[in-house]
Design a binder for this molecule. Structure first.
Ligand SMILES: Cc1ncc(COP(=O)(O)O)c(C=O)c1O
Length: 295
């Protein structure tokens, strides 16, 4: 691994050790920015178009578009991975409202900060935990209602997620999910959640970031002949499921073996989780939905 990776920042490729953003940047001061995270495996980025589409939605809704075309984003993302000579990579692209022109900042007038950063591929859990499954708690912190901060914004303001993670780790769990303000199951800091019951695959319908991996697993479940339903779910649905798993760009499916002190019925990873995760990695390796970095 390169100790001093190259990243793109405001028009230049620079090493991480020399990269600078201003302490007055609104992304740093206020969490005023949006981002997305995509990954590459064996030299191929998976579903780059879908991630960029979600990123453009976040930018549009946050009035943050610096005017780059989809093609400019794609080229810069691919070039950043190339410069770091990575084949298995996690790539984060960020736009913030930048440094304000006035001391009292008017959010309509800004010079965006753009950063594209690539690191070796990140799995949410180490290999042993991926085999055994994770222990999840249900956080006492609720998600934002959509009339406050719609969870579909993939935004920099992540204190909420950090508090959830702190609560989980301090209580000895691997991670936590949160509920929405009505008590329905939402998601975790970096993943969506699924439950399998009697061979039907369920995932929360709303109050979530629309995970690209979540959609991939819905499509794979349907293609494999499972019924798949996007529904309102409560913790009871997780406690009584046969299998529970989370999904994210950082590893595909991660089996859950325990939820808030209840053992998940089927020993993790359960057969549906294993099947769908194998299909996910096979799809990635097939090159379908892939953007090749080195061809
Ligand atoms: C809050 C949240 N939910 C879900 C996800 C999973 O999304 P994806 O599958 O696009 O990685 C993420 C990813 O970071 C996230 O931050």
């Amino acid at each position: 691994m390169n100790d001093d990776p190259i990243l793109y920042i405001n028009g230049e490729y620079v090493s991480l050790s020399t990269a600078r953003i201003s302490p007055l940047d609104q992304g740093f001061l206020l969490g005023d920015g949006v981002f997305d995270v995509v990954s590459a495996w064996k030299g191929v980025i998976f579903k780059l178009d879908e991630h960029i589409e979600r990123f453009f939605d976040s930018m549009l809704a946050a009035c943050l578009d610096p005017g780059w075309s989809i093609d400019q984003w794609k080229k810069t993302i691919v070039e950043t991975v190339r410069k770091n000579e990575l084949h298995d990579a996690t790539i984060r692209f960020i736009v913030t409202r930048g440094v304000p022109k006035e001391v009292v900042a008017d959010p309509r007038s800004f010079d965006a900060t753009i950063i594209v950063w690539a690191a070796p591929y990140i799995f949410l859990a180490d290999e042993d935990t991926r085999q055994k499954g994770i222990r999840l708690m249900i956080s006492s912190t609720r998600g934002f209602p959509s009339d406050s901060l719609d969870p579909r914004y993939k935004c920099l303001d992540r204190l909420h997620s950090q508090l959830v993670r702190l609560e989980a780790l301090s209580a000895g769990y691997d991670d936590a999910i949160w509920l929405d303000h009505t008590g329905n199951v939402s998601e975790s800091a970096a993943s969506n959640i699924f439950a399998v019951k009697n061979r039907v695959v369920y995932t929360p319908a709303g109050g979530i970031l629309r995970g690209v991996t979540r959609q991939t697993f819905v499509d794979l479940a349907l293609a494999a002949g499972y019924k798949c339903e996007e529904v309102a779910m409560t913790p009871f649905d997780l406690y009584t499921a046969d299998e529970v798993f989370t999904t994210s760009t950082a590893g595909g499916a991660l089996a859950v073996r325990e939820i808030a002190g209840r053992q998940v019925r089927q020993t993790a990873p359960g057969p549906v989780t294993v099947k769908l995760n194998e299909d996910y990695w096979a799809l990635r390796e097939s090159g379908v939905h892939g953007t090749s970095i080195y061809d």
